[in-house]
Design a protein around this ligand. Structure first.
Ligand SMILES: Nc1nc2c(ncn2[C@@H]2O[C@H](COP(=O)(O)OP(=O)(O)OP(=O)(O)O)[C@@H](O)[C@H]2O)c(=O)[nH]1
Length: 394
């Protein structure tokens, strides 16, 4: 009511309420009276605070801003344009004007911030701390000031200033902007984690590949080494022929096979003649060379199924599968001739003696070997000769 407004004004200014305030208060009263729901204004208050200027006449020139309930500012055509009002206030740097028309039951909390202006479609209040505005050197308009508010509640379609209440915040572009950014951040973070996981997996896979390669190469080396060891354990290192223990193993296997198949099996025992003289005359290296050449010659003239071994020193054993003793004899004779014909500088020609025998069914190898050795012994009587034990008895 007018009385209340006058009381409020007096409470601020006391008895010193300048006469020039009269039109101002009149204007306020008129606005309140014209408000569509003026009858309900019992729970509203209007506060006008003026800090006097040196020049009181200025006050009379400041119209009151009144916003009616439920109406945007621009539609209050009984009042001057708000920006115009503001410009007028701002031009008076010595003035401080705070104007409130409050519905305390709904707006109290929202109007507690003195640094902001709130104007809403449903608002019944304009709250302006014009101290802040008056201190602004750039003389920005109310619209500009509102635009700079940090609260995301402002909208200005055309010249109309409209703030969206924080209750409707979810409608604002700020809200949806934040939703989109949040979604992007979540999705982006998920992709980042996936990428990180993939990089980690790649590096682990790479390490595993390397380990696998190392293991494969190690396995190959072990396999190769095993083959070498097996070769060394079964072969004579100088001539590359089978060694004696392995030859004996193989004989047993071949004997079984021959007995099963009923095929004949023969044995040659070959010994180089006067080998000691070769060592004595030409040295051990030349002696070794003769042994290697002999081995090569035997390999050359025998079949791949024949087993050739260095029995020891300058003595060789040859097992001939599927070979009857008379064929073995002929073969031994050819070997003897080949060796006798071989020229080995600086040693020259060498000769050998060979004992030949055949295997009887289920006969022990020691017995067969003894027979071949006896035949060799006989051949050694003349040297450069072949003697077959069976032929001898036939
Ligand atoms: N260079 C060389 N000589 C060896 C090797 N193994 C054994 N000998 C030699 O072979 C010779 C064998 O001599 P003997 O057993 O008397 O036989 P031989 O001189 O051939 O006489 P006959 O067999 O009766 O014709 C010895 O001097 C051994 O030192 C070897 O691996 N290398």
């Amino acid at each position: 009511s007018t009385g209340k407004i006058a009381t409020a004004a007096s409470a601020v200014c006391g008895d010193n309420l300048p006469a020039s305030f009269e039109p101002y208060i009149q204007q306020l009263n008129t606005a309140v009276a014209q408000a569509p729901d003026a009858s309900n204004l019992t729970d509203c208050s209007i506060r006008v605070t003026l800090i006097p200027s040196q020049d009181a006449s200025v006050i009379a020139n400041i119209p009151l801003m009144v916003i009616e309930r439920g109406q945007p500012i621009s539609s209050v055509d009984t009042q001057p344009d708000n920006e115009q009002v503001l410009q007028q206030v701002l031009s008076q740097t010595n003035f401080r004007l705070v104007t409130n028309m409050l519905n305390w039951s709904t707006m109290n909390n929202r109007l507690s911030d003195n640094t902001r202006v709130y104007l809403t479609g449903e608002s019944i209040a304009l709250y302006a701390d014009l101290t802040a505005l008056a201190d602004m050197t750039t003389r920005e308009t109310l619209a500009n000031m509102l635009r700079q508010q940090p609260l995301p509640v402002m909208q200005k379609p055309g010249s109309q200033i409209r703030l969206i209440s924080t209750d409707q915040f979810w409608l604002s572009p700020w809200f949806w902007g934040m939703v989109v950014i949040t979604v992007f951040l979540i999705v982006g973070y998920r992709y980042y984690l996936l990428a990180l996981q993939s990089v980690t997996l790649d590096s682990k896979n790479y390490e595993l590949d390397l380990k696998n390669q190392e293991l494969t190469s190690l396995k190959d080396r072990i396999q190769k080494r095993n083959q070498e060891l097996e070769y060394l354990s079964t072969h004579d290192s100088m001539t590359g022929l089978l060694n004696r223990p392995f030859f004996e193993q193989m004989v047993e296997r071949e004997q079984n096979r021959a007995y099963r198949s009923g095929q004949p099996l023969s044995l040659l025992l070959l010994d180089l003649d006067h080998f000691k003289q070769i060592n004595d005359n030409f040295g051990h290296t030349e002696g070794d060379n003769v042994l290697k050449e002999t081995a090569a010659l035997l390999r050359k003239h025998l079949r791949s199924v024949d087993l050739i071994a260095r029995w020891g020193g300058e003595e060789f054993t040859i097992l001939l599968p599927d070979t009857p003793v008379h064929i073995a004899y002929e073969l031994a004779e050819r070997l003897r001739q080949h060796l006798a014909n071989l020229l080995l500088p600086p040693v020259g020609h060498i000769t050998c003696s060979i004992g030949v025998t055949g295997f009887e069914a289920k006969e022990k190898f020691e017995k067969v070997f003894l027979r071949a050795d006896r035949a060799l012994y006989q051949a050694k009587e003349t040297r450069n000769a072949v003697v077959a034990s069976e032929l001898e008895t036939i």
